[in-house]
Design a protein around this ligand. Structure first.
Ligand code: SER
Length: 357
């Protein structure tokens, strides 16, 4: 997409010199939806928030941003055009194709997930150099960067810490892992080529998310989608055929905890951070345990199991849980919702309100 075809649907305000603008890519996606809400609550319009997505945002979403753009992150001219118009001091780069979708179109995933990230990292580096300040780059990575070869190895690996089992089997996982490394390059080495100033660099910070459950939105194109799909189906009184076996186990967390973790990592003083990339965890139920919990609240829920080879293979390659002790130690990470509280205090009340059930 050329800059000419990039649609700007709301004009920019004059950026604040002190704080600069926050650019959110993938603003129309599941996490973008929740993050725009959280940023609007935090800044109340006092800080410029620029929302970008492949498609134009619906009016209620766009209302949370001071400027919105419809454009393709993998087109370098789009990032260049945005950087010309705004003084960007933070990039929250959420745009990506998830794991199931990525296996259907691996080359498209590579283009969007890797080239899109490369364009955004370059934008951040150039913005840092122009402003003479560090530019924060918040990047959601994923459990999909891990890969265990067999179910026995998965059981033996248990809770996996950040530097183990790094052999992803999906294009999505490979892409996210590559971007983690690109982030490390821009944070630690790029400035050596560009300038000696340590204070005008990319401040890359990343979280490897487990499956995320939102009561407001249903995910598309992911492989952890069976968790949220089961719930949303039950709340609507629809039967659900789960695409993994009942014993399939990976970690999950709620969307409010996921967004809060990103915001807390963004707020943490750099000197407290011993890593660029952190695991976060909350609870790690099997598919059958999710179904049992769903039935506690929606007794008429009908869950059957119809595992599909490809998606089961992906879930089997992901660890059954993650070790998030580095996040807990360095920046005080603690999930608000464990498995029981996630359902009782967040998912069920919100999902009942949403579907009127
Ligand atoms: N939710 C993602 C997926 O299923 C994993 O991070 O692809």
């Amino acid at each position: 997409m050329s800059p000419a075809t990039m649609i700007e649907s709301k004009s920019a305000r004059t950026p604040s010199a002190e704080t600069g603008a926050i650019l959110v890519t993938g603003a129309g996606g599941e996490m973008g939806h929740a993050l725009l809400d959280a940023l609007a609550k935090r800044y109340h319009g006092a800080r410029e928030v620029i929302a970008m997505d492949l498609r134009e945002l619906p009016a209620d979403r766009a209302a949370h941003a001071s400027a919105t753009y419809a454009g393709d992150v993998s087109d370098p001219t789009v990032a260049e055009a945005i950087a010309l118009k705004h003084d960007i001091s933070e990039v929250w780069h959420l745009a990506a194709l998830l794991s199931t979708r990525g296996e259907k179109s691996p080359e498209l995933a590579l283009k969007v997930n890797v080239m899109g990230s490369a364009n955004m990292l370059k934008l951040a580096a150039e913005s840092a150099s122009r402003r003479g300040t560090a530019v924060k780059f918040m990047f959601p990575s994923t459990i999909a960067i891990y890969g265990v070869p067999t179910l026995d190895a998965k059981r033996a690996a248990g809770r996996v810490s950040e530097d183990r089992c790094l052999e992803p089997i999906t294009m999505y996982g490979v892409n996210k892992r590559a971007v983690e490394e690109m982030g490390r390059y821009y944070a630690r080495h790029y400035r050596l080529l560009a300038s000696d100033r340590l204070d005008c660099t990319v401040d890359f910070r990343s979280i490897r998310f487990p499956g995320i459950i939102s009561a407001d939105t249903v995910p598309t194109g992911g492989t952890s989608d069976y968790g949220p799909e089961m719930l949303h189906a039950a709340a609507q009184g629809k039967p659900y055929a789960c695409f993994v076996r009942p014993d399939a186990r990976i970690p999950f967390m709620t969307m409010p905890d996921a967004v809060r973790s990103l915001m807390e990592l963004a707020d943490a003083p750099r000197e407290k951070l011993s890593r660029l990339v952190y695991n976060v965890g909350a609870f790690a139920p099997s598919a059958a345990e999710i179904a049992t919990k769903v039935k506690e609240f929606f007794p008429k829920a009908e869950v059957t199991y119809a595992p599909t080879l490809e998606r089961q293979r992906i879930v089997d390659s992901w660890p059954e849980d993650v070790d998030d002790s580095a996040a807990r130690r360095d920046w005080g990470w603690k999930p608000e919702h464990d498995f029981d509280r996630a359902f009782a205090e967040y998912i069920v009340p919100k999902i009942r309100a949403r579907y009127g059930c």
